[in-house]
Design a protein around this ligand. Structure first.
Ligand code: HEM
Length: 478
């Protein structure tokens, strides 16, 4: 009997012990997963997290994943510790050698915009010549290029105590403005300036530019979205728009210019959580933590609404007047001049700014596993090296193609599809809005976009050419 009971009790006891031990190891796993999940929990991820906390979270992951390391580097170096990148435009805090540039900006800006647009080439040529010679004179009288070079060398040597990183960013924006103003000589951009094959800029604008561009890993003579727009805003709390194209013109012009400039800047400000969640999703996927990955991808999709909202809310006639944008705003951001490449001997023409340089779209495309929109050459000219590296790392770890259709993987897939849907919506809306703004008559100039320089003889034909870029990208967004 006892033996019989033993036969029954012992196996039951063993089973209970086995269940208990399984439960304890399951609890341990759960606790471990909870630990991992807690790092990325959706609750924490929502609005309550500050940018600083998000940046810290990514910085803590740098040794575990290259996407985190790249994003942390981008924020720490180019962003001067923040995102959007911090630019210190407070004149009194700049090293004395740089202050003349800003003072010259204040003197030259009122001479740039023509109140009445002339269609006479001679009048326009005279305006351009007068503007450039005055600019050149002020620069040669007031800038001590030796001292400026010393500061730039200090920055290259990592001496950010001598040349603070946020001042460096603001100075980049200042020089970018000066160069574009010098290149056009008058705004609206006019035919005589558009037809110049090359523009010889004063050394006070070429020496620092070469150094700054090399620091950002760029090779263009033209400015870019970072230099001319994103960095052209003071750090909070003022957030002021600094270097202006049109001064002393009607409110409709100045407000349209500022609203346009704010789109790119505000988009970067709102995009930080997206970048962090893209990294979070990739890291979670690499760890095999699919629920955390799902939460991160869902957060990316959800955040696209406010991020893209910064475009939808500003890029319309009510905020950026169609009647003024092409002539009074867009031309300034073009470049369309070139020079002989010292190594290859080839003639190179540089395009100016385009929304295609905006980091958000490049990160999203990479995350979805799409090829970059821009060629390598164009990227190396216009998109700062650390941004390129971040996108390339995201592309290397894009996992969409690896997802199955069932369970959590299927749900991640659905969230990815939501991101695609929002991007497609943006791309088709952008086609319509681009046409709306580009087809305004501008008789003082030849058809040109900032991003693609001189175009076909008339805007109707040019529009077909431009639309093809946008249509192809829309078709690739699946
Ligand atoms: C309202 C003025 C704008 C016009 C007329 C315009 C026009 C164009 C044109 C013609 C293209 C195709 C050629 C090229 O790649 O340069 C393009 C591409 C692009 N634009 Fe704009 N753009 C405007 C503003 C913006 C803004 C404010 C953004 C975002 C902040 C933006 C984002 C993009 C992107 C991401 C592309 C690359 C194609 C794509 O990813 O779909 N654009 N734009």
């Amino acid at each position: 009997m006892f033996i019989n009971i033993g036969y029954i009790v012992l196996p039951v006891l063993c089973s209970v012990l086995a269940v208990l031990s399984a439960m304890s190891s399951w609890l341990k796993t759960l606790k471990h997963s909870a630990l991992i999940l807690s790092k990325f929990s959706l609750g924490k991820m929502a609005t309550c997290k500050t940018s600083r906390e998000r940046i810290k979270e990514v910085a803590d992951l740098t040794e575990y994943h290259e996407t985190a390391a790249c994003l942390a580097d981008l924020v720490r170096q180019d962003g001067a510790g923040s995102w959007p990148p911090r630019a210190n435009h407070t004149h009194s805090t700049w090293p004395a050698a740089l202050r003349p540039y800003k003072e010259i900006y204040h003197e030259m800006a009122p001479l740039l915009a023509a109140v009445n647009i002339s269609l006479d080439d001679d009048v326009n040529r005279q305006r351009v010549t007068h503007f450039r010679s005055r600019f050149q004179q002020l620069l040669s009288e007031r800038v001590n290029l030796g001292e400026v070079t010393q500061l730039l060398e200090a920055a290259d040597a990592g001496r950010w105590d001598v040349f603070p990183r946020d001042v460096y960013n603001a100075f980049y924006s200042c020089i970018a403005w000066c160069r574009h103003a010098y290149r056009w000589g008058t705004i609206p951009a006019v035919k005589v300036a558009q037809l110049e094959k090359t523009v010889s800029l004063p050394p006070e604008l070429t020496t620092p530019w070469t150094s700054l561009q090399s620091h950002f890993g760029l090779s263009s003579d033209a400015g870019n979205m970072m230099a001319n727009l994103v960095l052209n805003f003071a750090a909070p709390p003022s957030g002021e728009y600094v270097y202006r194209i049109n001064t002393g013109l009607p409110e409709e012009v100045t407000a349209s210019e500022e609203s346009f400039a704010r789109v790119a800047h505000d988009m970067e400000a709102l995009a930080l959580p997206v970048y962090c969640d893209v990294v979070g999703a990739i890291v979670s996927f690499a760890r095999g933590d699919l629920p955390a990955c799902l939460a991160r991808v869902r957060a990316v999709a959800a955040q696209l609404r406010p991020v893209l909202g910064s475009y939808y809310e500003k890029v319309h006639d009510g905020k950026i007047a169609r009647s003024v944008w092409l002539s009074r705003v867009q031309g300034f951001y073009a470049w369309g001049a070139g020079r002989e490449d010292p190594v290859s001997g080839k003639w190179e023409v540089f395009d100016g700014l385009s929304g295609n340089q905006v980091l958000l779209f490049q990160v999203l495309d990479a995350f979805l596993g799409m090829e970059p929109y821009l060629t390598r050459e164009v990227l190396e000219r216009n998109v700062p090296r650390l941004q390129r590296e971040f996108c390339a790392a995201v592309g290397r770890h894009a996992f969409r193609k690896l997802l199955g259709d069932e369970g959590v993987e299927g749900r991640i897939r659905e969230e990815m599809a939501e991101i695609v849907k929002r991007l497609r919506l943006f791309r088709s809306a952008h086609r319509t809005r681009a046409k709306f703004y580009l087809t305004v008559p501008a008789p003082e100039r030849l058809p040109m976009t900032a991003g693609k320089s001189l175009l076909k003889a008339d805007m109707e034909q040019s529009m077909q050419f431009l639309d093809q870029f946008m249509l192809s990208r829309l078709q690739q967004t699946v």
